[in-house]
Design a protein around this ligand. Structure first.
Ligand code: NAP
Length: 217
């Protein structure tokens, strides 16, 4: 299975591409936005596609050729304003969903935020609410498609070493999760078709990632 990783040069993205390349039956296409980012991925044996999420859907869709699944793990990050939150976390995500529809790529995994409900928008501090709004509507756009989607809602991300153990369910108590473990959760989701049509929250915990994902209701 060939997996297009949108936001591959990000912290979760880099872990994920490496994990994909370590599997015999998976290969990654790293979607990045700068040529100088490519060598890390080429050294892993992964293909790259240079695309900016501010490009139009047709340009983004060119990266989908020969792809079987898409993972969206891009984000505008905390150092830009609400303009980039709208352009990347909302519109960028929606364009990658539309590109999947146009290209006939059915499998789509969204890395969302922990809580993207309408209540979470109302409760978020004003500096954070544009991000929650963006994630809320991107998730909603995906739910309204007929893609084989999974929406993953991780807790607060850390750069701790992964433990390989998580707690995952429709709702779990708020907590942290290592970015490396998020990548492990994405990998387990990609290879387990019972996750199609599901969404779940995930934080660090005490169950092996593969078991936690296999046991989602
Ligand atoms: P990250 O390290 O900030 O990586 C984000 C990636 O998005 C970067 O590689 C960046 O590219 C890329 N990107 C930004 N603008 C782009 C554009 N215009 N075109 C193409 N790519 C663009 O993110 P992370 O920490 O790995 O987080 C992964 C995901 O988890 C994100 O979707 C985030 O919203 C979500 N999340 C975060 C938290 C948290 O606690 N931080 C919690 C839950 C979910 P460059 O490398 O070129 O800058």
């Amino acid at each position: 299975m060939k997996v297009l990783v949108v936001g591959a040069n990000g912290q979760v993205g880099k872990h994920l591409v490496k994990m994909i390349q370590d599997q015999d039956d998976l290969e990654a296409v790293a979607m990045i936005r700068k040529e100088e980012q490519a060598s890390y991925f080429h050294d892993l044996g992964a293909e790259t596609a240079i695309v900016d999420l501010e490009d139009d859907t047709e340009t983004i869709a060119k990266a989908y050729e020969g792809v079987d699944a898409v993972v969206f793990t891009a984000g505008s990050g905390p150092n830009t304003g609400p303009d980039k939150t709208v352009l990347i976390d909302l519109d960028g995500a929606v364009k990658t969903i539309e590109a999947a529809k146009q290209s006939g790529v059915k499998r789509y995994i969204m890395i969302s935020s922990f809580d993207t409900t309408r209540e979470a928008i109302q409760e978020a501090p004003s500096s954070f609410s544009p991000y929650v709004v963006a994630k809320h509507y991107a998730d909603d756009w995906l739910r309204r498609t007929d893609l084989d989607y999974t929406i993953i809602h991780p807790g607060m991300l850390t750069n701790d070493e992964g433990t390989g153990q998580v707690e995952a369910a429709e709702t779990v108590d708020r907590g942290e999760i290592a970015r490396e473990d998020v990548a492990g959760v994405i990998l387990a989701t990609l290879v387990n078709n019972s996750t199609v049509g599901k969404e779940f929250q995930v934080v660090g915990g005490s169950k092996a990632i593969e078991d936690a994902i296999a046991n989602l209701s």
